[in-house]
Design a protein around this ligand. Sequence first.
Ligand SMILES: CC(C)(COP(=O)(O)OP(=O)(O)OC[C@H]1O[C@@H](n2cnc3c(N)ncnc32)[C@H](O)[C@@H]1OP(=O)(O)O)[C@@H](O)C(=O)NCCC(=O)NCCS
Length: 405
Amino acid sequence: MDLEIRTIAEHELEAWVRANEAAFGADADPDDVAREREVTELDRAFATLDGEEIVGTAAAYSFRMRVPGGADVPTAGVTMVGVKPSHRRRGINTAMMRRLLEQARERREPLAALFSSEGPIYGRFGYGMATLQGSIDLERAYAAFVPSYRPTGRVRLRSFEEAVPTLVEVYAHARVERPGAIELDERHMRYAFHGHGEEKRLPFFVAVHGTDGRPDGYAVYKVKHEWPKGIPGNELMLYDLQATTPQAYADLWRFVLDVDLIRHVTAWDRPADEPLLHLLADPRRLRLTLRDGLWVRLVDVPAALEARGYAAAGRLVLEVRDAFCPWNDGRFALDAGGDAARCLRTDEPPDLVLAVDALAAAYLGGVRLHDLWRAGRIEAAAPGALELGDRMLATTAAPWCPMAF
Ligand SMILES: CC(C)(COP(=O)(O)OP(=O)(O)OC[C@H]1O[C@@H](n2cnc3c(N)ncnc32)[C@H](O)[C@@H]1OP(=O)(O)O)[C@@H](O)C(=O)NCCC(=O)NCCS
């Protein structure tokens, strides 16, 4: 079988999108193709061709991602990964993943990140589960808040089109405290809210919260209707809720939980440390379930480690194993003593020995080195190294990437 991997030309975009949808057992309508056209970077959109036919797809967006310490680091946002069922398990995806990472390295992006359709796909390529995301399913009847809550702000309902500039502005402020949050311009914000399948046809509602006339939070949702025996059993599907103050956060949740004719409120990409848990009088009813969120890859280990900030000063020698990107393989001395961290190759004995996917899991501060060690994923070669590492990597907010791409 003669296969070719290359980037696509503009006129191939529709066939490329359709090939990707076919890998997912779906088809693309003209709307989906237009959506991809808006954001696809052709020099980062790879296809695998069998003759004239596109049988595999993979691409990257040029994002910047918040990392602990407050920097926004160039990141390859890997997306559109698919191989048609006729060509699966022949190494096509492996070859495309290699091309994407080599390209990210050439472009000096220290990080790559993605959301995965299934858990086991990307660990072998050095991606680690760096954020946990929470899904919730809360019955409105059990959604009372703790007695100390006092509503204050004003909430206005807006159409999606009216609200887009506000979403971009509020999101830009809200993401500042969240490692893992990618930067979004208006194009990518629209893309993130495009939706799939049946749900795509339902209208969006946007609740905008304002304090002193300035927007400081929003909630984006749709309502799925169900009226068994004439009794309203509707589901409010929360797509996003962002706020820049605790008051706006609480008021927006109260708004969402008080919409009439709703039986339950669901959301599937919430932070692992969702404060709503502490606002509800009966937190058990939130039914918060955690799963893998953003998978992160350190494309360039020393550059990635130097790009983030550290909660405690310290020096650690890391022995990193990276078979997929051998340029990362080896020992590095990470020194987070002064203003900026330094990370240089060394031949000193290691304090910690770990595969690059385990390091990536810990990178955003959401997964403790201790937990990885307990899972047998890290070898602690020097006493106190795990404790020091966890103090250095700690963050105040759990990492979270609110927008899937
Ligand atoms: C996931 C997908 C892209 C893999 O493509 P592929 O070309 O078959 O992958 P490869 O042949 O390169 O597989 C490499 C390895 O990953 C494993 N693998 C691939 N997909 C896997 C999956 N879904 N679950 C578990 N392991 C998987 C293979 O078994 C193989 O392992 P091996 O090296 O030990 O034999 C393809 O199956 C697909 O398109 N699936 C449906 C759409 C989808 O889920 N896309 C991913 C979106 S994030």
